[in-house]
Write a protein that binds this ligand. Structure first.
Ligand code: ADP
Length: 347
């Protein structure tokens, strides 16, 4: 009996040593969310101390930190949480249930990935910025050249103009994306939706040049709280996609409606549609279902990434429904907190 007990105790010590040496932070919580045990990394990454933090309620201990907020939200896992003790430590965190009502909080140091992401963002922003001036010069000279002076070169000149305009648009979209990615908070203002919707309809009609029926429905009759410029850029990308990916004779609908969650801006088209396997990847930079169709209609492949980033900044999200051959609907879903009744004051 004694030997068995010694063996069991040795096994338990081994298990504890393994957990102690784990490269991720581990915090074992009881049914009430109190700390039962932590490993060494929990001290380095989360600032918890043993035995000081034994039995403390973890959400209370981490109150007013990003991790504390996440714990309150009761989500499964989160990609990028700033450590409660050092703003340059970024964590991937997850909560794993075990036994009866117990849980383990797991936090992995992903600061190196966050730094790599920053390097990538800086690189893209710098390259785009450096390309802007030479492109403006080339574009300016191309506009000055008159094809009538050298008729033989007219088709070449036209193509050069189209391509230089395209490059300019890609650079502008990349700069917009960089700005949105680096931005943590919004400059918040009332975004009047009635003039926004009217402007979007006009844009659709101008782009379509009579090739489509454009319909507008404003059932929500309320405004949004956020950035007018960014929301206009996101909505206008969706409208321009609907026109570009709908053949002549098709319908395009712009809708602003209330929902149980808040309100929904949507653009419906009766166009080519998108096969289901592409839907989850559409908001990736430069992801296209058909590159030739996108280029032929003047796309940069960045529009939906911009839409996603703008919506993220507004705690809104994008839903896409589509059926090949029938058409697509792009829905931007906003929560109640983002809605402003007409005539009310912005807090
Ligand atoms: P692009 O500039 O190529 O249009 P986006 O990021 O705006 O780039 O869209 C990504 C891809 O999603 C497009 O290339 C196209 O294949 C598809 N797409 C976007 N909107 C629609 C739509 N309304 N109907 C069909 N396909 C669409």
């Amino acid at each position: 009996m004694e030997r068995r007990a010694r063996r069991l105790a040795a096994h338990l010590r081994d298990l504890r040593d393994v957990a102690m040496a784990f490269p991720d932070a581990l915090v074992v919580l009881d049914e009430a969310g109190c700390v039962r045990w932590i490993n060494r990394e929990a001290t380095r990454l989360l600032g918890l101390r043993w035995p000081r933090d034994r039995r403390v309620v973890l959400v209370e201990r981490l109150r007013d930190t990003m991790l504390g907020d996440w714990l309150r939200g009761d989500e499964g896992s989160a990609e990028d949480i700033v450590s409660p003790i050092a703003s340059d430590i970024h964590l991937h965190v997850g909560m794993i249930p075990f036994g009866r009502g117990r849980r383990v909080l797991l936090a992995r140091d992903i600061s190196h990935l966050a730094r790599l992401g920053q390097v990538r963002r800086d690189f893209v922003a710098n390259v785009s910025h450096e390309l802007r001036t030479p492109l403006t010069v080339i574009h300016g000279y191309l506009e000055l050249l008159d094809p009538q002076d050298v008729p033989a070169l007219a088709p070449v000149l036209d193509e050069m103009r189209i391509q230089s305009r395209r490059m300019g648009q890609i650079v502008e979209d990349l700069l917009t994306l960089s700005r949105l990615e680096m931005q943590r908070h919004l400059h918040e203002e009332r975004v009047p939706m009635a003039p926004m919707l009217a402007a979007l309809r006009k844009e659709a009609q101008a782009l379509s040049q009579g090739r489509h029926r454009v319909m507008l429905e404003d059932e929500a009759q309320c405004d949004l709280l956020g950035s007018t410029v960014d929301l206009h850029s996101a909505f206008s990308n969706l409208v321009s996609n609907a026109v570009r990916y709908t053949p002549t004779g098709g319908d395009i609908g712009i809708r602003w409606r209330r929902t149980a969650m808040g309100a929904e801006f949507s653009v419906v088209d009766s166009g080519y549609g998108i096969p289901a396997e592409h839907l989850s990847r559409l908001t990736e930079r430069f992801y296209r279902v058909s590159s030739s169709r996108s280029r032929a209609t003047g796309g940069t492949g960045l529009g939906l990434s911009i839409v996603k980033h703008v919506l993220n900044l507004h705690q809104a999200h994008l839903a896409i429904e589509s059926e090949p051959g029938k058409g697509s609907t792009f829905l931007c879903r906003f929560e109640h907190a983002r809605l402003l009744e007409a005539g009310s004051e912005v807090a």
